[in-house]
Write a protein that binds this ligand. Sequence first.
Ligand code: SAH
Length: 261
Amino acid sequence: MNSLAPLAPGCVALVGGGPGDAGLMTVAGRAAIEQADVLLVDHLAPSGALAWAGSAAEVIDVSKLPRGAFTSQERINELLVEHARGGRRVVRLKGGDSFVFGRGMEEVLACAEAGVPTRVIPGVTSAVAVPALAGIPVTHRGVVHGFSVISGHVPPDDPTCGLDYGALVGSGTSLVVLMGVANLSAIADELLVHGLPADTPAAVVARGGHPDQEVRAASLDRIAAAATGIEPPAVTVIGEVARFAVPTLAPFHPALLEETR
Ligand code: SAH
């Protein structure tokens, strides 16, 4: 596969736009934007990347905002198919990676059903990049050997949540929570109930990669209070690695100090 091959007319390219700073997009993503006749763009996609589009390209905002503009997924699927059938090169620009809580596969399947060819250009997911932009590695040798990325969109006590919080605690991995601002207090409580120690470090990183990026760090039992007033989008990291967020918060874990020397 050649991700830089020219886009054919009538094709849809699903482009992962990274966490918001256009500089964190892939070369293939940029090339697709440059060739696009029409771009369907989410609110979390990097707006700076639109400067790479041709002057004749049409830009359609298909944001799904909880309060504000809203385009249904069905309508987005229809628009992708309609524009591709019109012989245009369509770029679907999303935040992060299209397949991480991005409904990207639904769009690929809708196109496939309509006989529209698609190309998937992966993006830098905020699950890894946003912690990194705040200095937090999601793994760290000798400290944590994996990370779990979960959606915090549905509260833990909701039957449709679908996550086993006991298993997450038992996994010993760093926990990365997306879409979790509104439910942060309930998520922290659930982790505490399942035995994660109250002094586990945690950090909330809001608007990662944007000029107004903001980081709040505290122990797990205090993180919800510390994050009061934080507005989405934000990524929460829970686990020893979150100590790297604010070095003054607490003395570094001796193991971390050893590792970083
Ligand atoms: N597909 C995206 C995630 C979509 S879900 C990806 O791979 O990154 C939307 C969630 O992503 C937000 O609620 C937030 O948790 C996170 N997010 C995306 N961009 C972010 C940013 N710049 N800063 C902080 N969080 C971000």
